[in-house]
Design a binder for this molecule. Structure first.
Ligand code: IMP
Ligand code: MG
Length: 181
């Protein structure tokens, strides 16, 4: 079973749920009277986004964007490619990007630069994890759940070779998983 590949759990289901509730409530307070556009970064943001929006108690719209910087491994390629753009118009909108993790910051930096020219009223970012040991840009997520040490983690949207996104918690893989490639 997939569970047997996990060496250590860093965040349990309960911790993640509680955190998502707090983030949703915080966003509801901060955006009271506004109608934010929540843009999920495919595919890693999906479980996190679905959990957070349950607790957003104001009008909001959703859209999705797909970019890739990783090529499936554990090291960033240093380039971002736009794979799928959003469908809606961001003119005058208060945009919140939701992603699984901010690591080097390359992905979010790319998205912020792309959207600055599109006439959004405001741009904010929300990630489940903040891993700032390898940060290459002067950036921090506006909202985030947990600080992470410099470890590669999987689960709750985070993948290794496109697997493990469906784990309901977040953990570290056993070394043999990387050796058996
Ligand atoms: P950044 O562009 O370096 O900030 O990284 C953002 C993307 O890298 C995330 O959306 C993830 O897809 C991926 N990533 C970074 N760290 C991890 C990790 O520990 N596990 C799985 N994916 C990661
Ligand atoms: Mg990813």
């Amino acid at each position: 079973m997939m569970n047997n590949d996990i060496q250590e759990i860093l965040c349990s289901q309960q911790q993640i749920k509680k955190l998502c509730q707090e983030l949703g409530q915080q966003i509801s307070r901060d955006y009271k009277g506004k109608k934010p556009m929540i843009i999920g970064v495919l595919k890693g943001a999906m479980p996190f986004m679905m959990e957070v929006i349950k607790h957003i108690d104001i009008y909001m719209t959703m859209d999705f964007i797909d970019v890739s910087s990783y090529n499936g491994g554990t090291e960033s390629s240093g380039h971002v490619k736009l794979i799928k753009d959003i469908d809606s118009n961001v003119q005058g909108r208060d945009v919140i990007f939701i992603d699984d993790i901010m690591d080097t910051g390359l992905t979010i930096d790319y998205l912020l630069k792309l959207f600055r020219g599109r006439g959004a009223r405001s741009l904010k970012t929300c990630t489940l994890f903040n891993k700032d040991a390898n940060r290459q840009f002067h950036l921090q997520p506006d909202y985030y759940g947990f600080d992470l040490p410099d470890k590669f983690v999987v689960g709750f949207g985070l993948d290794y070779q496109n697997l493990y996104r469906n784990l309901p918690y977040v953990g570290v893989l056993k070394p043999r998983v990387y050796q058996n490639k």
